[in-house]
Write a protein that binds this ligand. Structure first.
Ligand code: SF4
Ligand code: SF4
Length: 78
């Protein structure tokens, strides 16, 4: 049986596109996101993936973001 490479997951939030609607925070089943307590340069309280270690890479947040501001990246590790 072929060994499966371990995946490293990154959540990229595009600060130029995010409107701070919090949908991603609500829909993530593992509560990966927290809301920043500091305003971004665009005047938005951005979602921060502070629980990234819990993230399964399911992409629900990416699918639900109305502004296409989230990109879930899965990279294979050696
Ligand atoms: S769902 Fe998209 S626009 Fe809304 S807070 Fe999350 S990243 Fe920003
Ligand atoms: S990919 Fe899934 S588990 Fe990871 S932050 Fe998005 S909704 Fe949550």
């Amino acid at each position: 049986m072929k060994a499966q490479a371990k995946k490293s997951i990154k959540i990229l939030v595009n600060e130029e596109l995010c409107k701070g609607c919090d949908i991603c925070i609500s829909v993530c089943p593992l509560k990966v996101f927290s809301k920043s307590d500091e305003l971004s340069s665009q005047g938005i309280y951005l979602p921060i993936p502070i629980g990234i270690n819990k993230c399964t890479g399911c992409r629900i947040c990416e699918y639900y973001c109305p502004d296409l501001a989230i990109h879930v990246v899965k990279e294979a590790e050696d």
